[in-house]
Design a protein around this ligand. Sequence first.
Ligand code: ASP
Length: 311
Amino acid sequence: MKPSLIIHGGAWDIPEEAVEDCRDGIRRALEEGWKVLKSGGAAIDAVQAAIMVLEDAPAFDAGYGSHLNLDGHVQLDAIIMDGASLKAGAIAAVEHIKNPILLARAVLEKSEHMMLVGAGAEKFAEEHGVPMCSAETLIHERERAAWSRCREDSHAAEHHLGHESGTVGAVALDTQGSLFAATSTGGTCCKLPGRVGDSPLIGCGCYADAEAGGVSCTGHGEGIMKIVMAKLAIDLLHDHRVLIPHREKNEQPLSLPQAVADACVRKLALRAHTTGGLILLDHEGNPAAAFNTPRMAYGYVEPGGGFRIAP
Ligand code: ASP
């Protein structure tokens, strides 16, 4: 089977001055993930490798450099899902985990559960040797400054101008036909302590079913949860008959994955009245991305092996 990889670094109003950092992070993450797949490695290792690069890069709202919550802490959420077994490993509201994707993977592989949160998740990390860190080391100065301005004034988008950043995600298919999807985030700026968004929730911020495809979402979590967007995409990939009557006669024919991604974003706007985006691979590895924000940071490996990177 031909391997395939698509990743994202969030759908937001990415300002011009942040574009280069986003592109650089996406390129490095594609390189790491593709290195695994190209040499016949496993999809789970490829999504992990790509997500770790993005978590470590402060340009994105995941791992180091995440937005701070109302109390001034970084609280992280992540999920990884196996398209063969439909089992997921997810964690939420952790504050001392350097790479949340590693903890999500430990939950997937070493527990009978699908999701652990807060203190229980961190205890599991300690017991299974997942690298921990001090809460301080996850904080980037830029985020502390933005948080202070939000506290003095009211929380406002202007305080984040120049460094609006987004959740990260990856979907990979390997030569053996294994399909994995993953998402990792620091959530929204000035969120209430304990708030969990769509990202680590199975079916909302992530889903993988080897019979249909894999999806990772980004954007306004409260809206994405309302329409269970990742599962919506998978259901449309499974049975796309509902999409066909809605095509305009003179519209350019779209690939099925692209029609599905577009339909999900339309639904997010029409039914949840909000913004976001998603990336996906169908079960054969055909990629698609869609968003209704000004920009989305994402990239995938083209059939010839070259990287397509946006914005
Ligand atoms: N969906 C994330 C959340 O609501 C935020 C994002 O994608 O940037 O936590």
